[in-house]
Design a protein around this ligand. Structure first.
Ligand SMILES: C[S@@+](CC[C@H](N)C(=O)[O-])C[C@H]1O[C@@H](n2cnc3c(N)ncnc32)[C@H](O)[C@@H]1O
Length: 303
């Protein structure tokens, strides 16, 4: 019930301040949510504008981009090996406690607020779309926060895949206490290894990892089609889901400066037109971090 209410609110681009406030206080009181005033929001916009003008963002097409993931996840894995505390799997890039929810910027008391809110939404999606499959593969799993959600929900074969160093160590520690034996494989979505075969009756998940492969997604989607996945679920930002208003145009600019996902929905639609796959659900959720909106849901299956 609570999940359904969440989704209903997050599907709306515009809601009233009173309604959002009531909802946040009902479910996230502990995170001390505060909707920013118009002046405060203007200040945030000015900060974002200044960042967009002056900061040299890493672009996912940069030559040394993978090294950054290697360093990031290796650092995280070293800490996790010591503590074995799931809280230490929060990525280093979580730096802001401000989120955009519908038409408002909201300040929370910690940077983990996004993950806590997202967990409820992801739980609902995973239950709905993965309950019938025997195997679930997460591509670009990073610190395995989604694998941990799946692990709590199901007794199934879980596969954690990523191209970066450090992830294997994280999986090994999780496995010490896990009910499911999570299997790890190094996998590059830009150059899918055709010898790595997905098992029959498998679901596929990506969360903010196709984001990282920009316009280079057709090989990966072909790989999934060739492997006859049962269902493929992607929670990703895509540039065509921004409008031209003041709030969205900044976010789209950031998305493009980072070289994030583009052309994915068009690829899916073209493949659907050619009777190769069926798009089951597409939905933008108006839940965003400070700079962009990473929660567009794409669900499809091969025909
Ligand atoms: C923003 S993180 C998301 C991690 C995780 N899915 C989550 O939701 O917390 C992006 C992940 O994609 C991975 N990644 C980026 N490019 C990749 C590629 N070409 N192949 C496989 N993984 C990739 C990175 O190593 C990183 O773990």
């Amino acid at each position: 019930m609570i999940y359904d209410e969440f989704l209903k609110i997050l599907k709306k681009k515009v809601i009233s301040e009173n309604k959002l406030n009531a909802w946040l206080y009902q479910y996230f009181k502990d995170l001390d949510p505060k909707i920013l005033s118009i002046d405060e929001t203007d200040n945030v916009f000015q900060e974002i504008d200044s960042l967009l003008k002056n900061k040299k963002w890493d672009n996912t097409n940069d030559k040394f981009y993978k090294n950054k993931w290697d360093r990031g996840w290796s650092e995280l894995s070293k800490k996790f090996i010591q503590t074995e505390n799931e809280k230490d799997l929060n990525p280093q890039y979580l730096k802001s406690s401000l989120l955009k929810i519908c038409n408002f910027m909201v300040k929370f008391n910690c940077v983990e607020a996004e993950h806590q809110i997202a967990e409820l939404i992801l739980t609902k999606i995973f239950k709905q779309y993965f309950h019938k499959v025997d195997n679930i593969y997460e591509f670009g799993c990073g610190p395995c926060r989604n694998i941990l959600i799946l692990n709590k929900l199901f007794k199934k074969n879980l596969f954690a895949l990523d191209w970066a160093d450090g992830v294997k160590d994280i999986v090994e520690i999780i496995n010490k206490k896990s009910v499911n034996e999570i299997q790890y494989a190094r996998f590059n979505m830009l150059k899918p290894d055709q010898n790595y075969k997905l098992k029959n009756n498998s679901g596929v998940l990506t969360v903010h990892s196709m984001e990282q492969i920009g316009h280079n997604h057709s090989n990966f989607i072909n790989y999934l089609l060739n492997n006859k996945v049962k269902i493929s679920v992607h929670i990703e930002p895509e540039d065509q889901f921004y409008s031209d208003d003041l709030m969205d145009s900044r976010r789209k600019l950031f998305h493009n400066k980072r070289g994030y996902l583009t052309g994915f929905f068009k690829l899916l639609s073209d493949l659907e037109q050619n009777n190769i796959l069926k798009i089951i659900h597409t939905q933008k959720l108006y839940l965003g971090s400070l700079m962009h909106d990473p929660y567009v849901i794409f669900i499809w299956k091969p025909i």
